[in-house]
Design a protein around this ligand. Structure first.
Ligand code: ADP
Length: 725
C-alpha cells in the first residue's frame, strides 16, 4: 500500500499534515531523518506509516512507560500489530513478546532505552529484519536538554552492533541549536533529512487575564468549559490543595496531583483524568510528563509559571488532537514574588541570575500589548511577521487608563518610606492601615499615609505590578523584594512622563461571530456520543480518546454520518476502528437523526492534496463547507455587496471583511479600492511603514478616522506581496 492509502485505511485521515509526507518519503527511500515538530504536530505518523510500508519490523526507542503503552494501545485499536518491552512486563509477558518478535508478528516494537544494553535483547535484534530504528523524544540524548537520559547515549552503540544498519529516525518537539548538534552527533545520524516545522500551534488560543478575584474567574471559566477536559496549574502544592477543596465544594469533578500526595493517590487521580472520570486536573508542574491525553480542551494557569519554557510546555498539553483549545494565564503581581521565592529555594546548582532573567521575560509576556503567539514564537527564536488574529491581545481592544496621579502617589510613598520595604507595607501605608509595623516605623505621620484610601488593595497592587513591569519601580533583593525608585520614577514624579496602564477589553462578539459561522456542533448528540465512548472505553480498558478523539466526535456531531461510507469519511475513522466501534456510533446517530428529523449537511471532505483539482471554482465549491471565508469570497466574486453577503450568510459585516482579508493572505485577489480611496492608499502605506506591523491600533490612530481596520490589513498584505515589509 502507498503511504496515503495506509493513512486512510489505518488512521482514517485523508491528507498528511505539514512535513509528514516529506519525512515519510525520506525514511522510505532509506535516508535518516531528524524531525523537530511541536507537540501535537503528528510525529508518530511520520514513522508509523513507513513502519507499515516496510517488510520487516521497526524499533521505537521511547523514554516514558506511559507513552509507550498509550501508543501501543492506539496502534492495536487500529488493527496494527505492536508490542512494548519495558520494566513493567512480567517474565512471562516478556518471553511472549520475544517469541512473537522472532515469529515476525509485530510491525512496531516500543522499547525503553535501557533495554538496548541487555544481552538478550541485542541478540534478538541481531536476528530480526529491522527496517527502522526510531528514537522518540530524541532530545533526551543531550545534556543541554531538560530531560537528559544517560541510557540514550547507548543508542548509537546498539545500532552499530547490528549486522545491518537500519534507517534511523530521530524525533523531538524541543531543540535549541546545542541540543540539535548533540542529536546529530551522538545519535550518529548520517546525512539526515532534517525538518523543523516551527513552534507554532495554530489550534491553541492564548490569552492573559488579570482578574481581581482568581477564584471567581476560575469558576466562570469552568462554567464556559463544562463537560470539557482541562488542566489547572498552580505554582505550589498549597494552592493546589486550596483550589481543589474549593472546586470540590462546588460540585466540580476535579482531581489533583502534586509531589506531596502518595504515589497511589497520584496514580489513581491521573487515571481518573485520563479516562474522563474527572473533568478537571489541578496540579503543580509535577503533572504532565508522559501524559498523552489528546482531548485536553484548555490549560488554565492559576499562577504565572517561572519561565516561558515551562509555560509553553504546560500550555502545550492542550489540543494535541488539533481541535481548538484555549490556554489562559491568570496573572497577578503576587505571582512574581512567589516565583522569586521558588527560584530562591530551588537549591544549589541553579544559576540565579539566569532564572531571574527568565522570570522577567515571563512577566514581559504577561504584560505585552502585542500578539501573544508572536511573543512566544520570538522567545523560541522564530521571527513571525504577521499578527495571529487568534489570541487574547489580537482579539481585544486595549484601552489605556491614565494613572499618572496614582503612580506619583505610589512612587512618592515608596520614597518617603526610605525605599526599604516591600509591596505589602507600601500598600498598607497608602491605604492608611493601622498595623503594628506602621506604628513601629511611625509611617502614620507621612504625607502619603492614607493617600489612596479610596482604592481597593487589589487595584493598588495591580497598578504597582504594572509599574514594576514597566520599570517605573525597581525591585531589589531576592527573597523579600524591596521596592526602590528607578530612573523613570523621577520623570513621573516631576510630571515629565505620563503613565498609561493597559486594560484589555475583550471584544466578545468577534469571537461569537466567528463561532457562529462554523458548522455548529450538535451538543445533544455530542453528549450521547461521549457517553458511548466512555462506555466502550470502560469495556475495553483504554482511555476514551483512544476509542475516538474529540476531533472525530466533533465531526460526527456536525455531519451525522449514518452509513459505513459516510463514517469512513470522518477524520480519525479507519477500517479497523470502524469494524470495532463504528457501528455502535452509527446506530446512535441513525436514531438521533430520525428522532429529531435532522436534515443532514452534505458531507464533503477537504480535497486531497495529491490530486490536482480541475478549476479554482470547483475547488472552492468543495472546500467551502470547511472554509467559510471561501464561501464569502465566492459571493464577493459574484458581485454581491458586503452587507448582502453578511445578511445572506448570517455573519457580521466585520466577519465578512475578515474573510476577505484571509483570502488575500492566501493569495486571492480583491479590489482594494472598495475599502479605501486612491488618496488614502499612500497615507496608509506611509503609516504602516512608519509604525510597523506589531499592532494595528497605533497604525489606525496615525490615520484619519474614516480609514478602517480592514483597509489597513489589506494594505499590509499588499505591501507583503511586493516585499516592502
Ligand atoms: P506528537 O507526537 O507530534 O505530539 P501525535 O503523533 O500524538 O503528535 O499526533 C497528534 C494528534 O494528531 C493525534 O491525535 C493524531 O492522530 C493526529 N494526527 C496526526 N497526523 C494527522 C493527519 N495527517 N491528519 C489528521 N490528524 C492527524
Amino acid at each position: 500500500m502507498k503511504p496515503i492509502e495506509i493513512l486512510k485505511e489505518y488512521f482514517g485521515y485523508s491528507s498528511f499534515r505539514v512535513g509528514q509526507a516529506e519525512i515519510i518519503e525520506a525514511l522510505i527511500s532509506g535516508q535518516d531523518v531528524l524531525g523537530i515538530m511541536p507537540t501535537g504536530a503528528g510525529k508518530s505518523i511520520c514513522y508509523q506509516v513507513p513502519a507499515l510500508c516496510g517488510s520487516g519490523v521497526s524499533l521505537v526507542v521511547s523514554p516514558l512507560i506511559s507513552l509507550m503503552k498509550d501508543q501501543v494501545d492506539a496502534l492495536r485499536e487500529m488493527g496494527i500489530e505492536a508490542a512494548l518491552i519495558n520494566s513493567t512486563l512480567s517474565t512471562y509477558a516478556y518471553n511472549e513478546v520475544m517469541e512473537g518478535a522472532k515469529a515476525g508478528r509485530y510491525k512496531l516494537i516500543y522499547v525503553a532505552p535501557e533495554r538496548l544494553e541487555s544481552y538478550d535483547f541485542v541478540s534478538l535484534c541481531e536476528q530480526l529484519p529491522l527496517d527502522y530504528v526510531i528514537i522518540d523524544e530524541a532530545h533526551c540524548v543531550s545534556q543541554w536538554g531538560h530531560d537528559f537520559r544517560p541510557s540514550y547515549r547507548g543508542v548509537s552503540r546498539f545500532i552499530e552492533s547490528l549486522p545491518k544498519r537500519p534507517v534511523i529516525g530521530a524525533f523531538t518537539a524541543t531543540a535549541t541549536p546545542k541540543v540539535r548538534e548533540d542529536m546529530l552527533s551522538l545519535l550518529r545520524l548520517q546525512n539526515p533529512y532534517t525538518l523543523t516545522t516551527g513552534f507554532d500551534r495554530p489550534n491553541l488560543y492564548f490569552e492573559v487575564e488579570r482578574p481581581k478575584h482568581k477564584l471567581d474567574a476560575t469558576l466562570n471559566y469552568l462554567k464556559k468549559h463544562q463537560e470539557e477536559s482541562g488542566i489547572i496549574y498552580c505554582s505550589t502544592r498549597k494552592s493546589v490543595d486550596a483550589l481543589y477543596e474549593k472546586l470540590l465544594s462546588k460540585g466540580i469533578r476535579v482531581v489533583r496531583y502534586h509531589a506531596g500526595l502518595s504515589e497511589h493517590e497520584r496514580g489513581q487521580n491521573q487515571e481518573d483524568f485520563l479516562f474522563d472520570k474527572a473533568q478537571v486536573m489541578i496540579a503543580t508542574n509535577a503533572f504532565g510528563m508522559g501524559i498523552d491525553k489528546s482531548n485536553i480542551r484548555y490549560v488554565l494557569h492559576y499562577n504565572m509559571p517561572k519561565n516561558m519554557e515551562s509555560y509553553y510546555q504546560e500550555a502545550g498539553r492542550a489540543g494535541r488532537d488539533g481541535v481548538e483549545s484555549t490556554c489562559t494565564l491568570l496573572y497577578a503581581s503576587s505571582d512574581i514574588m512567589t516565583n522569586r521565592l521558588l527560584i530562591e529555594n530551588a537549591g544549589l546548582g541553579v544559576d540565579l541570575s539566569l532564572e531571574y532573567e527568565k522570570l522577567n521575560q515571563m512577566v514581559d509576556y504577561c504584560n505585552t500589548e502585542g500578539c501573544l503567539r508572536n511573543a512566544i514564537l520570538r522567545y523560541f527564536g522564530e521571527q513571525p511577521t504577521v499578527l495571529c488574529d487568534h489570541c487574547g491581545n489580537c482579539n481585544s481592544e486595549i484601552a489605556q487608563q491614565d494613572i499618572t496621579i496614582e503612580a506619583q502617589k505610589i512612587l512618592s510613598c515608596i520614597k518617603r518610606m526610605g525605599e526599604r520595604f516591600g509591596m505589602v507595607l507600601v500598600i498598607d501605608v497608602l491605604k492608611g492601615g493601622n498595623t503594628q509595623k506602621i506604628r513601629q516605623f511611625g509611617f502614620q505621620t507621612l504625607s502619603t499615609y492614607g493617600l489612596m484610601r479610596d482604592y481597593s488593595k487589589e487595584v493598588i497592587k495591580e497598578m504597582m505590578s504594572f509599574l514594576i513591569a514597566e520599570k517605573y519601580i525597581a525591585l531589589d533583593g531576592d527573597k523579600f523584594p524591596i521596592l526602590r525608585l528607578a530612573p523613570l520614577s523621577y520623570e513621573v514624579l516631576r510630571g515629565q512622563q505620563p503613565v498609561n496602564m493597559r486594560i484589555a477589553l475583550r471584544i466578545e462578539d468577534i469571537a461569537q461571530a466567528q463561532d457562529a459561522e462554523r458548522l455548529p456542533l450538535d451538543m445533544e448528540l455530542m453528549s450521547q456520543l461521549k457517553q458511548l465512548r466512555s462506555k466502550l472505553a470502560e469495556d475495553y480498558h483504554i482511555p476514551p480518546f483512544i476509542v475516538f478523539s474529540d476531533a472525530t466526535l466533533n465531526e460526527m456531531s456536525q455531519y451525522y454520518p449514518t452509513t459505513q461510507e459516510e463514517m469512513l469519511q470522518i477524520s480519525g475513522i479507519g477500517g479497523a476502528k470502524y469494524e470495532k466501534y463504528g457501528k455502535a456510533f452509527e446506530i446512535i446517530i441513525q436514531n438521533y437523526v430520525s428522532e429529531h428529523q435532522i436534515e443532514k449537511p452534505e458531507l464533503i471532505k477537504p480535497v486531497k492534496k495529491e490530486k490536482s483539482s480541475s478549476t479554482l471554482g470547483d475547488t472552492l465549491k468543495k472546500e467551502v463547507k470547511k472554509d467559510s471565508h471561501l464561501a464569502t469570497y465566492m459571493m464577493y466574486q459574484e458581485g454581491h455587496a458586503l452587507e448582502d453577503i453578511a445578511k445572506e450568510r448570517g455573519l457580521t459585516r466585520f466577519t465578512v471583511e475578515n474573510h476577505l482579508v484571509k483570502c488575500v493572505e492566501e493569495g486571492l485577489d480583491i479590489d482594494l479600492y472598495q475599502f479605501m480611496t486612491p488618496e488614502q492608499e499612500p497615507l496608509i502605506e506611509a503609516a504602516i511603514m512608519q509604525v510597523g506591523i506589531t499592532l494595528l491600533k497605533p497604525i489606525k490612530e496615525a490615520l484619519p478616522e474614516e480609514v478602517s481596520y480592514t483597509a489597513i490589513k489589506l494594505m499590509i498584505e499588499k505591501l507583503k506581496r511586493c516585499n516592502k515589509i
